[in-house]
Design a protein around this ligand. Structure first.
Ligand code: GLU
Ligand code: MG
Length: 432
């Protein structure tokens, strides 16, 4: 490993931005042991740079960003640009104990509770869409678009591969300038770590090609949205076997899967305040955008909040190892650890409560039939109020974490007050 490269120790904040501090390469080993300093009020930074005033931390307090050695990614140098090592960190107290507002610890604890209370291990993958600005106009899904982005695409796949992110598919998407990148499913905490890292590796590769990538949920009010679809499946911790497939059940979704989805649906409004938390996010979450047009569970329907994904038997593949639930109402303004933790908490609530199984809408459900499904919040302010009023969902978070999230997001809303949709999209796209 090259010792010369700077080491950047990073966290991901409530605006979904990767922030942190660098140390010289000579401090590589010490920083892994001791971490670097960090400030509690950093959690109150909005996407636009201002600190939300109504935060519990003020000017006092100190934390450490303690790197997780397993998250190391090396971005190699080029002739012009120095390389860097990036580590993702837990935000801890000065004695090394977890900070109760740390999003990564929130995810880790939710996964541990699901394991303990339901005997399930989560396998996840975050699927990202983004736009690469400044390319010639090309057709959706076209080979021409694919090639017009070179050498960006091949460099990106190479970088993801070297970083151990296991790239799976790289495709020209439907929207103008839009692409999608998927990585293999893995242990859920690692999947969320990958979601943090992937965005930075995409941005780095774009910069190296004189371009800018944006993951903004919507860049143009009339254009396509950029989603982050979260794929979840589960293994029984005793048998190690996948538990979602039941060929006899509606949608082939086992009782475990249906009850987990029930929790996602029951807390859908509150969840969107975490998973789609920018002022433009809710312009994307409307019907006919193939994002999430309502709070429903459906077989292979891209308008569903929770989609039961397809499986294939080609080449003798086993559907039991493929079936997964896809939560579609997330975007890149969300913190992947908070998203994962909140989805797991909601699912655990569905697993442990008594009640009806949720309706599984079949593939041939008509638009008229689906008109009856509950709507998602129409805007971020409504979603935040829904989270605050949902006693179960608000109880998932340490009080200071919840208060800070609400304050950050309400401050962001105040900072975009008065902008029309196009201006709002532009302002948010400048950040993401
Ligand atoms: N772009 C859509 C979204 O905003 C997703 C399209 C797709 O199914 O890939 O989520
Ligand atoms: Mg897509």
């Amino acid at each position: 490993m090259s010792r010369a490269s700077t080491v950047f120790v990073a966290t991901c904040d409530l605006a979904g931005l990767t922030r942190g501090r660098a140390v010289p390469g000579s401090e590589h080993d010490p920083v892994l042991r001791k971490g670097v300093g960090w400030v509690p009020a950093d959690l109150a930074l909005t996407a636009f740079g201002d600190i939300a005033e109504d935060n519990p931390f003020g000017s006092v307090g100190d934390l450490r960003l303690l790197p997780d050695p397993t998250t190391r990614v090396e971005i190699p140098a080029t002739a012009e640009i120095p390389g860097v090592h990036i580590y993702l960190a837990d935000q801890v107290q000065l004695d090394g104990t977890p900070w109760d507002c740390d999003p990564r610890s929130f995810a880790r604890q939710a996964l541990a509770d699901l394991r303990e209370q339901a005997g399930l291990e989560v396998i996840a993958s975050f699927e990202h869409e983004f736009m690469l600005e400044g390319l010639p106009r090309t057709a959706p899904f076209s080979f021409e678009r694919f090639r017009s982005a070179e050498p960006f695409g091949s460099q990106l796949i190479d970088l993801l591969d070297r970083a151990g992110l296991e790239p799976e598919t790289w495709l020209p998407e439907y929207g103008e300038d839009q692409f999608e990148i998927t990585v293999s499913p893995t242990n859920a905490l690692i999947a969320a770590d990958r979601a943090v890292l992937l965005k930075e590796l995409v941005r780095e590769t774009a910069r190296r090609n004189g371009r800018r990538a944006t993951f903004a949920p919507l860049v143009d009010p009339d254009g396509s949205g950029n989603g982050v679809h979260v794929h979840l499946s589960f293994k029984d911790i005793r048998t190690g076997l996948p538990v979602l497939l039941d060929p006899a059940a509606p949608g082939r979704l086992s009782s475990v899967g249906a009850r987990f989805a029930r929790g996602l649906l029951a807390h859908a409004g509150a969840l969107t305040a975490i998973t789609a938390p920018s002022p433009v996010s809710f312009l994307r979450l409307t019907p006919h955008r193939w994002s999430a047009g309502g709070a429903f569970l459906a077989e292979r329907n891209r308008e569903a909040l929770v989609r039961i994904c397809p499986t294939s038997t080609i080449g003798g593949a086993d559907p039991a190892h493929q079936l997964n639930l896809e939560y579609r109402a997330a975007d890149a303004a969300a913190n992947p650890w908070l998203t994962l933790g909140a989805l797991v908490r909601a699912g655990l609530d569905g697993l442990t409560q008594d009640g009806e199984q949720p309706e599984v809408w079949p593939e041939d459900a008509t638009e008229e039939q689906l008109a009856a499904v509950p709507a998602l919040p129409s805007d971020l302010a409504t979603a935040l109020d829904t989270l605050e009023k949902d006693d179960v969902a608000s109880g998932w978070f340490a009080p200071d974490l919840l208060r800070t999230h609400l304050a950050v997001k309400r401050t962001e809303l105040a900072l975009v007050d008065g902008l029309d949709d196009a201006e709002l999209c532009r302002k948010v796209a400048d950040v993401y």
